[in-house]
Design a protein around this ligand. Structure first.
Ligand code: AMP
Ligand code: MG
Length: 344
């Protein structure tokens, strides 16, 4: 249930996202309804995301994106009431581009600046889009893999990766086989292809180490073993399938334990890897076996997007949480549980 504050007309809130590969601006209207973002993503010619190159990409694209958003026929710039931006966590050089654009816009429009926590924004857009009040969140992105639940006014991390994010793992495995960034979608296609050509396929001979340690996860060992399987002659599409089965099962196991411990019934997926159909269906099966439900927002709201930053920025604005210029420095290591959740 929205509190009185949240149902107030906030005016248009802009949201600027620039934590990693994507520079994106979105907005929400006075009632909190998001519009699709205007985005540009860096696609490295070789290798992974280089923070400096990604930041240069954001600088090169930000001017045109700002122009496109400000000239939108859907609102008048005079109706903009705040400019929100991803303050962290993320890659320092990339975050600084978004923060600079946000400061300049807020000053020009003479409206408050609202620094927001990128991970919390994934949760809030998902809650809003899926009508999910108090879920356990499985947040699976490039740099992050966390299982999160709300407790005593903060989103608490119940379990997380101890090394690399699941998306980075998929991207690195892909890159080793000349598949460009982002590797996750191509791995998904190859895995499907293997299953189509080998109905009833078995994981015999394709076993990988198990990535669960208590409530935590780890993905670098699983990736090294997958690379060795291919080196040893296993077909690439078979290993892609096994890699998904093992790494997704580990995430689903931790998410299930989080549901059991918290007594909650709703699971909510977020982050770019939540675009994956196999992961979605594994989560749906697990949740329904427990008499619960698994939600996933539309793909445009799973990947990094400015609309989710605007969504969280609006909530903070309505609760009086704005960011002074002197406090608007970026926070590369900002944690999910550092942000007060005042709106539920
Ligand atoms: P994010 O960091 O949340 O923007 O998400 C980016 C990550 O999502 C990258 O690591 C992508 O490889 C991954 N990703 C995107 N689509 C898929 C998919 N269909 N299956 C698996 N991973 C995906
Ligand atoms: Mg993200």
């Amino acid at each position: 249930m929205a509190s009185t504050l949240e149902s107030q007309d906030s005016g248009i809130v802009l949201g600027i996202e620039s934590t990693a590969h994507t520079f994106s601006i979105g907005w929400v209207d006075g009632s909190g309804e998001p519009s699709p973002s205007v985005s540009a993503s860096v696609t490295p010619k070789e290798g992974g995301i280089h923070p400096r190159e990604a930041a240069d990409h954001h600088v090169d694209n930000s001017g045109e994106i700002v122009q496109r958003v400000l000239s939108s026929p859907e609102f008048d710039t005079a109706d903009i009431s705040a400019v929100a931006f991803s303050q962290g966590p993320g890659l320092g050089p990339c975050l600084r581009v978004g923060a600079s654009v946000a400061r300049a816009l807020a000053q020009r429009l003479e409206v408050p600046l609202v620094g927001v926590n990128h991970c919390v924004a994934h949760i809030e857009i998902g809650r809003q889009q899926c009508g999910s009040n108090d879920p356990v969140l499985l947040y699976v992105s490039g740099g992050n893999t966390q299982v999160i639940s709300r407790l005593s006014g903060r989103y608490r991390v119940l379990g997380e990766t101890l090394d690399i994010g699941i998306g980075n793992m998929l991207d690195k495995f892909a890159r080793n086989h000349d598949i460009p960034f982002p590797g996750g979608p191509r791995i998904e296609t190859l895995a499907e292809q293997w299953l189509q050509n080998n109905p009833g396929a078995s994981l015999d001979g394709l076993e990988l180490p198990y990535a669960v340690q208590g409530m935590d996860l780890a993905f670098s060992g699983i990736m090294t073993s997958a690379l060795k399987l291919v080196d040893g002659g296993a077909p690439l599409d078979a290993v892609c399938w096994s890699l998904q089965e093992h790494s997704f099962a580990a995430c689903v196991e931790v998410a299930e334990r989080a549901l059991a411990h918290t007594g909650k019934r709703e699971l909510l997926l977020g982050g770019g890897v939540a675009c994956n159909e196999r992961l979605r269906s594994m989560c749906a099966s697990m949740a329904s076996e427990r008499g619960g439900v698994s939600h996933v927002p539309a793909r445009g709201y799973c990947i990094d997007n400015g609309s989710m930053i605007a969504t969280l920025g609006r909530l903070q604005l309505l609760h009086g949480v704005t960011t002074s210029l002197s406090a608007s420095g970026v926070r590369q290591d900002l944690r999910t549980d550092e942000t007060d959740i005042l709106w539920v």
